[in-house]
Design a protein around this ligand. Sequence first.
Ligand code: F6R
Length: 610
Amino acid sequence: MCGIIGYVGKREALPIVLDGLHRLEYRGYDSAGVAIHSGKGIKTARAVGKVAMLVEACDGKNFGGTAGLGHTRWATHGKPAEKNTHPHTDCTKSFYIAHNGIIENHDELRDELRAKGHTFKSETDSEVIAHLLEEEYRIFGSFEQAAQLTLQKIRGTYGLAMVSSYEPKKIIAARMGAPIVLGLGENENFVASDASPLLSHTRTVLYLQDGEMAVVMPDSYFVTTLDNKVVERGSETIEWDADKMQKGGYAHFTLKEIKEGPEVIENTLRGRLITENGLAKLGGLQSIEAKIRAVKRIIIVACGTALHAARVGEYMLEEYAGIPVEVEFSSEFRYRKPMIDVETLVIAISQSGETADTLEAIREAKRKGATTLGIVNVVGSTIARETDVGIYNHAGPEISVLSTKAYISQLAVLALLTVFLGRQRQLSLSMGKRILEELETLPPKIEKIFEQEQKIRKLAKRYAKYRHMLYLGRKYNFATAYEGALKVKEASYIHAEGCGAGEMKHGFIAMIDKAFPTVAIAPSDSVYDKMLSNIQEIKARGGRVLVIASEGDTRAIKLADDTLTIPKTLEMLSPILAIVPLQLFAYYLTLERKLDPDRPRNLAKSVTVE
Ligand code: F6R
């Protein structure tokens, strides 16, 4: 997601901060900014686009100064625009902050601060932090105390770096849910959101833990808790090289992004669950809540992985919200004569928010009078802007061409939307509650799946020799079969075919022999017995079968040649778990075939042409 770099020492700060921002570029961002303490006051520059644009914006300006902050922003609240770019400041321009994460109570804090006379210049949740610092400093006259009190007032996640014009040689950093690392040098110290911008200066680091705040000066630093208890923790030495560091220590972005799954689900759900009332809070839909209540039919348009998410959403929405749903390839939607009226809601699902076919489908739907809703990851993207209302995924930037973490976040958003629409209709309080409670259990369940990584690696070794594979699933995991196969095709170039298990007998079964293995997604759900029959049919024809089964299942495991398990969950949420071992399987198949999973041939991350 966003990146932070801070420097305080004896050297000129600006080149160090700009170099740090370059090294943070891999994280994905849409704008960047710096705030440098010149010794007399703080000077800033901000630019939308690449760090190179920020470097241009800084050119010719004499910043001076040996302390400062830089930030690369990935929009979450407010579109990519200069006014939304960090560092943000208060009314008196005495405090500048760079923030990663989401402040959940920003609305109420902004109202309180406005009532006290503060004016806000950005649409971000982060800006409240700068105004809170101003407010607390006015009372206590201490940067540290103002920071502590500010941190006690904000709720949500943050990796935070703050500077004050009152203290030219100090950076205060804090962590709650978003990483902050201190880089410790000779007569200079650093603050960053990960160690990659530090490696060219120092390998001695100290990672903050949640609820800790660090006061960093050129020759010293100290760490406290938010209630001012001193934290004693030794530093560590980093052994990784810079390339690995950018990928968080993983060999590829694909693996890093799969492993971000638990955090992604937490971020997608954050602030959106009103579990006690069985309600989903989707701020983006508030403005048209009444219109949405009157919706009689839903069409979901999407491409590729997002289309598979849509197919899962179709089952969720029909079963629990009771609304008829059709899923359409965006690329076909425009060329049909879709029956649309004012009671039709057209949902576009798109990670990038720029996919040309999906965008055109939305434009066509609007022309015909539909209400449009975007489920989009990239804030401020064209689809996010052109749809009437939206729900952001908050999955963070997806760098690998393979969509992995965005997919599970799309499924989580669809589950939230199902609860939202369902509770406007017939969905009971207890079922609404049950879905939300179960959603919250998913992050540790995904972690549990990761425990099988070595087994998956070994299986990939065995299956990499095959030239073709069949993926089978039913009902909620019908789409998992297609998505699992797509991952394999895209990255390993093994021909993998998704198939609804019920369709298998209508043709596909002719292909089965010992050179054509099957991956069957068969959790213990309402179609489990039918899946077992399909597995038996394949076994009877000499096909090898790898089964994705629920933990504790014995029947499927007995039938299968190979098994991977997923923890039990609600049937409607099982695709969120079932895809995870399949993503890892595709990743390791790709490595076995000595290919680069991050950059498959012929594919682009964002398909902006038809
Ligand atoms: C698959 C993949 C593609 C995208 C598709 C839609 O791994 O990345 O199939 O899912 O191109 O892209 P978005 O979601 O950006 O509209």
